[in-house]
Design a protein. Structure first.
Length: 271
């Protein structure tokens, strides 16, 4: 699988298929494999590019000068430059939607259409910001994510009330436990502080093209509830859609709904 060097660090990415390029951005604490069902389906019609977030998957550590969502958007743009891609579609979930929307605002001619999933561009609420900050401090100190904390983190990513005993849940638990001390201290914790300490950029979304932007959200998403989707859609003036029976990682909890919706949206806007 290929890598590109950005600011002296190796960024890993998957690429599959041919056709109009579609860039997928994954959630914090996951990696590009999160998109496996959609990669399989979309790559039959499009060129699908899926980078691993810094310190996640096979990517190297977070570059030292990375401090904002705009920096992450710049890195994605450099990946597209290296691949010779002048125009693409972006589908971003959670932090993938944060930097994806920023890239679309900065380079509107490059992003032909945009899908934002289970994400938000307003500031993190004070209550959850405090909770997450305490978790980051503990993880940084320990150099690991302890089992009791994993028990708290895992339910946040799935639909409210879900039974967390499936293969996807087990793989996620294993991945959280497998982060090394260096990954956590050099990349995962700093990224978490960057993501959840983000400034309020909600008003800036008015600069997105409403006709080519779609926002989706799991109807049972805990950290990024549908009220945030509605607030963003109102600013943009774009279409919004609830994903039934899904939480934060909605593309895995309702694979068929998300995949079918993405195929229809892409067929309409890039075909």
């Amino acid at each position: 699988m290929p890598f590109i060097e950005i600011e002296g660090k190796p960024l890993h990415y998957q690429t599959r298929g041919t056709g109009f390029p579609v860039l997928l951005g994954h959630s914090y604490l996951w990696d590009s494999s999160m998109w496996a069902p959609q990669i399989d389906a979309l790559s039959r019609h499009y060129q699908v590019i899926v980078p691993d977030l810094w310190g996640h998957g096979q990517s190297g550590r977070l570059p030292e000068n990375t401090h904002t969502l705009g920096d992450l958007a710049t890195h994605a743009g450099r990946l597209l430059d290296a691949l010779g891609i002048g125009q693409c579609a972006i589908v971003g979930l959670s932090v993938g939607g944060m930097w994806g929307s920023e890239l679309a605002l900065r380079e509107p001619g490059r992003v032909k259409c945009l899908v934002l999933m289970d994400t938000d561009r307003s500031a993190e609420p004070d209550v959850t910001l405090k909770q997450y900050s305490q978790m980051f401090n503990a993880i940084e100190s320990l150099g690991s994510i302890p089992a009791p904390m994993i028990d708290v983190i895992v339910p946040l990513f799935f639909r409210r009330g879900a039974t967390l005993d499936g293969e996807v849940h087990a793989r996620f638990r294993k991945a959280l436990a497998a982060f090394s001390a260096d990954q956590l201290r050099q990349s995962v914790v700093p990224l978490g502080r960057l993501i959840f300490g983000r400034p309020d950029a909600l008003a800036s979304l008015a600069g997105l093209d409403a006709a080519s932007t779609l926002i989706m959200c799991g109807e049972l998403d805990i950290p990024r509830p549908p009220t945030e989707m509605a607030r963003m859609a109102a600013v943009i003036g774009c279409r919004q859609m609830l994903i039934p029976d899904a939480g934060h990682i909605s593309n895995l909890e309702n694979q068929s709904f998300v995949t079918d919706t993405l195929l229809a949206w892409l067929d309409q806007h890039v075909a």
